[in-house]
Design a protein around this ligand. Structure first.
Ligand code: 5GP
Ligand code: MN
Length: 359
């Protein structure tokens, strides 16, 4: 990251007294790692009040992250979240750049930013390219660091705050959060992971005292029996493979999820599994979900939401398909979208369109 950019970020943090850090809906390891990592560094400074707010709950396998228990969940405590936003002089968005990605909380954020105009500082640190750039206005008080080449927002937070020379002191909590985000967004360094710089940072974080092996176990080896059986069911009973187009599809109804005592995070990783089949390069996983309070603004009255996740290998984009067909986007090899309506309709949309995009 350029020294000039880091200076701008440094100034925002130095000036902020009441800081709110936001991250995206259905928070994953990178959403929490980047926002909590940012929080740990800012909270070290005694003149600052800093809170992390996310739209909805996060999975249990991330609940151990240092600082996670202090996160304000908008869906559960919207009054507190809104009061914090009303009082904030600084808003930091990590791992998303478009207000839409955080549902009703995004609307509130946009209103507060518009109302306070130049008296609020806004910093966006993200690595998503679709939508290409945030719809927030281009103004001096709004700094957007959107780097789609970066494998994780957590790495960008490290680069923004610590930089090349490791010139700010940081503790084990910061290091643990950043490492968790870097690890989860690269599938434990198995995709988007050919960046030498990433391993230099990992080396620094290990030197700062993180327990890399314990973090792996907490995140990846803490499955419930139901989750393990759900995966078996998906692969044995639900996976369809369209050989000619090197594509696999798995979809689950609400009833099926209920049968396996589904909890948030249980579907994590299922979408990647069909890519282990030789000659399958594209994979899609869909599941039915309820429309949350935060998402009602997009639902057009539908009570059901279909969450779509896609993965691919190599130079085969899935973000364009997700953007065109499911109003979503993301990275070339990992993207997603949503469909508000019955599962069968979303499946039909997929079947009718995949062959045009996937070869
Ligand atoms: P996941 O499949 O893990 O939910 O999401 C993978 C990636 O796809 C995310 O990091 C994000 O970049 C992108 N993504 C997932 N869902 C959406 C969505 O509804 N809209 C957009 N724009 N991107 C999404
Ligand atoms: Mn991310």
């Amino acid at each position: 990251m350029e020294a000039q950019t880091r200076e701008r970020i440094g100034r925002i943090i130095a000036n902020g007294k009441k800081v709110v850090i936001l991250s995206h809906i259905s928070p994953d390891g990178d959403a929490l790692g980047s926002s909590l990592g940012m929080r740990h560094v800012i909270a070290c400074q005694s003149d600052k009040e800093v809170h992390v707010i996310v739209p909805n709950s996060f999975p249990d396998f991330l609940g151990w992250l240092p600082g996670a228990s202090d996160i304000v969940i908008y869906e559960k405590d919207s009054a507190k979240a809104e009061a914090l936003l009303n009082e904030a002089d600084t808003v930091i968005c990590t791992d998303f750049n478009e207000p839409k990605r955080i549902g009703a909380l995004g609307q509130k954020m946009s209103d507060v930013i518009a109302e306070k105009d130049e008296s609020i500082q806004v910093l966006i640190i993200d690595h998503h390219i679709m939508p290409q750039t945030s719809s927030l206005p281009e103004q001096d008080n709004i700094v957007k660091i959107i780097n789609s080449d970066s494998p994780s927002a957590s790495q960008l937070v490290y680069e923004a705050l610590v930089g090349d020379g490791g010139n700010i002191p940081y503790g084990k909590d910061f290091a643990t959060c950043i490492y968790t985000g870097m690890m989860t967004d690269t599938g434990n360094f198995s995709f988007n992971s050919n960046h030498p710089e990433m391993y230099r940072i990992v080396g620094e974080l290990v030197a700062a005292g993180i327990d890399k092996d314990a973090i792996y176990n907490r995140v990846f080896n803490s499955w419930s029996e139901g989750r393990m059986r759900l995966v078996g069911y998906c692969l044995n009973n639900k996976m369809r493979v369209f050989e000619e187009h090197h594509t696999a599809l798995i979809y689950l109804s609400g009833k099926e999820l209920y049968r396996f005592n589904f909890k948030s995070g249980d579907a994590e990783g299922i979408v990647n599994m069909p890519l282990s089949i030789k000659d399958v390069y594209y994979s899609c996983f869909m599941r039915e979900d309820k429309v949350t309070e935060a998402e009602k603004v997009f639902a057009n009255g539908s009570k059901k939401k279909i969450k779509i996740s896609m993965r691919s290998q190599g130079d085969r984009p899935v973000n364009i398909f997700c953007h065109d067909i499911f109003n979503g986007g993301g990275h070339k090899n990992a993207s997603g979208g949503e469909y508000y309506g019955p599962l069968e309709e979303a499946v039909k949309l997929f079947i009718d369109n995949y062959a045009k995009y996937f070869k």
